[in-house]
Write a protein that binds this ligand. Structure first.
Ligand code: SF4
Ligand code: SF4
Length: 430
């Protein structure tokens, strides 16, 4: 049997055909899809087109060739199409299933295999190794090496993407700093999902999350044994590792009596609520996954419910908001961040055109599909500039880094800054 026909057989056996049939081809999803728009309305680069391609593979009408894989890869997985779809097609699950099948069958080059395995299996799920990586970043930023590398444009010799991204990274936290919560009783007991990148690179934001929650009458637990949510793994087609990580997280959070589990990263939150789907075929895990995901809440929902933000204040300025795709389209959280911002004294809130459209970050999409990512980002920055804002707020680490990169590319560093919603709220609360 050839490689292609094996792949086709896997599609026939494993794709959810009913879900593929749910698409009525109405096209309502297309104007919300960044890759459709940026590709000059190419049907195969649209949600409807990709669903048609998947169905055609299952029906045996086309072979899952390179063109097909290319369209799967070009999709950001932003799920804006799901929000727009009147038939409720679960596009994100179809995409994940299709990518998992392709990834399992694909023979990556030795270099790619080793790099992907190191990143996804060794570095990201290991808190200590990840902190070690952040230590080197901290050293690089503090020792003067960063200034030298920027002056000599040294990184550009290795990769122009790395050179650009490096300039958008935040200041790495002091390597030995620990996340702290007060040991106190409160009416509402919340557990923090600390994440991997949030915990390593945005530790300050995680600490601000704890402080904000405690300031709104919650007690905050940070269960040991939790790990990366597995979203990056699932999006890269590595479902096996995502399942393993999901089980680790469920076990860690079952160790305490928490009414809610909060996240401050839209990408993590949307994946945590999908654990029941991820573990649907794992005996004994369905109910545990459902109980876990029912408790997941984005930080903005908890702070908005506490209703204390009208006492917060910042110096008068225009502020706008870029949705995290997964927070908006995966968790349906979009009014809470806006109402929090509007209620801060000093904030002149301006809505961003197409705020729910992806910024082109999408995990590591900005590294592997750089051209499309930068095209999307540059158009996003044009819309941001039209708001006249001094601050653009986001709710996900990837979006935040991408916004900083966009600001740099547009030469707006002296007029515009990008901040995480939690950090702005924390600043306003002082
Ligand atoms: S997930 Fe995003 S990029 Fe992919 S098809 Fe849907 S709207 Fe387009
Ligand atoms: S909006 Fe939904 S049903 Fe309509 S074409 Fe898009 S995916 Fe299919």
């Amino acid at each position: 049997m050839t490689k292609t026909s094996t792949l086709q057989k896997e599609f026939q056996e494993r794709m959810d055909y009913d879900e593929l049939l749910n698409c009525t081809r109405c096209g309502f999803c297309q104007p919300t899809c960044p890759t459709f728009i940026e590709s000059n309305r190419k049907e195969s680069s649209s949600p409807r087109g990709r669903i048609a391609l998947m169905k055609a593979v299952v029906d045996g009408v086309i072979e899952p060739d390179e063109g097909f894989e290319r369209e799967l890869s070009l999709c950001l997985g932003c799920r804006a199409c799901e929000t727009a779809c009147p038939s409720g097609v679960k596009y994100g699950q179809l995409l994940e299933d299709a990518r998992a099948i392709v990834a399992e069958q694909k023979q990556l080059s030795f270099f790619k295999r080793v790099t992907q395995r190191f990143l996804l299996h060794t570095l990201i799920p290991n808190r200590f190794l990840l902190k070690g990586g952040i230590f080197f970043l901290w050293l690089y930023q503090k020792s003067g090496m960063q200034r030298l590398a920027r002056k000599t444009k040294l990184l550009k010799l290795f990769s122009s993407s790395m050179f650009e991204l490096e300039g958008a990274l935040p200041q790495a936290p002091f390597p030995f700093r620990q996340l702290k919560s007060s040991d106190r009783d409160a009416d509402q007991n919340v557990a923090l999902f600390r994440g991997c990148i949030m915990d390593a690179l945005f530790l300050e934001t995680n600490q601000h999350t704890v402080d904000l929650l405690e300031g709104t009458g919650h007690s905050v637990d940070i269960p040991a044994g939790q790990t990366c949510c597995g979203a990056l793994h699932a999006h890269a087609g590595d479902r096996e590792k995502a399942v393993e990580l999901a089980k680790e997280n469920i076990r860690a959070f079952e160790s305490g009596e928490f009414e809610q589990i909060t996240t401050n990263a839209g990408g993590c939150g949307a994946f945590l609520v999908e654990y029941p789907h991820l573990l649907k075929d794992e005996p004994g895990w369905k109910e545990r996954a459902a109980a876990f995901s029912a408790k997941i809440k984005d930080i903005s929902s908890l702070v908005a419910a506490a209703n204390t933000v009208n006492a917060y204040k910042i110096p008068e300025q225009k502020v706008t908001y870029q949705d995290s795709c997964h927070l908006k389209h995966g968790m349906q959280v979009h009014t809470e961040p806006r109402s929090l911002l509007r209620n801060i004294d000093g904030v002149d809130y301006v809505e961003l055109r197409n705020a729910g459209m992806c910024c082109g970050s999408a995990g590591i999409y900005n590294l592997i599909e750089k051209e499309m990512s930068m095209q999307i980002l540059d158009h996003k920055m044009e819309d941001v500039q039209k708001t006249g804002s001094a601050v653009i707020v986001t709710s996900n680490p990837g979006c935040l880094i991408q916004m900083r990169l966009g600001i740099k590319r547009a030469g707006l560093e002296d007029r515009l800054e990008a901040v995480h919603l939690v950090d702005l709220l924390h600043e306003a609360k002082q």
